[in-house]
Design a protein around this ligand. Structure first.
Ligand code: FES
Ligand code: FES
Length: 163
């Protein structure tokens, strides 16, 4: 076992990990984080998505020992001051059904909107291509991300016009 320190959702956490434990196992089994899910366990479904130093990763494919000293964001760390516009829009647009994929989808979409606030539909679909959803057919998810981007764009334009 080795002690590692990660910045988890803004707070430093120390945890002892075995060399073969995945980040997903440690988050769920040792750190009380339940939103990343184990679907396929081999990098195909995206249910275990987290952000590692802001980048979208599959936590089932990463050894916990490798993330020593890095920042991990899970859905528990998003919207700590209340639901984000994206989270609110997911609810308003019924962009999920069973919810198994939703944590990963929201994190991947948040990362996209941070990097590219005004993505095209193609870019949204590409960014979410690694997050499989068995329920929604993807249309409400893509529409939700595009709606949020459009609204954010309109607000920024108004702010620019006022200043
Ligand atoms: Fe990690 Fe499916 S559980 S990608
Ligand atoms: Fe059920 Fe996406 S809402 S898998």
């Amino acid at each position: 076992m080795k002690e590692i320190t990660i910045n988890l959702n803004g707070a430093a956490r120390r945890v002892a990990v075995a060399p073969n434990e995945t980040l997903l196992d440690v988050l769920r089994g040792k750190l009380g984080i339940k939103t990343p899910k184990e679907g396929c366990g081999r990098g195909d479904c995206g249910a275990c998505t987290v952000l590692l130093d802001g980048k979208v990763v599959r936590s089932c494919l990463i050894l916990a020992i490798e993330v020593d000293g890095q920042s991990v964001t899970t859905l528990e760390g998003v919207g700590q001051q209340g639901p984000t516009a994206l989270q609110q829009a997911f609810v308003a647009n019924n962009a999920f059904q069973c919810g198994f994929c939703t944590s990963g989808v929201v994190l991947a979409a948040s990362a996209l909107l941070t990097e590219k606030p005004q993505p095209t539909e193609h870019e949204v679909r590409e960014a979410l291509a690694g997050n499989l959803c068995r329920c929604t057919g993807y249309e409400p998810i893509v529409k939700t991300v595009l709606d949020v981007a459009r609204k954010t764009g309109r607000k920024s334009a108004k702010r620019r016009a006022r200043s």
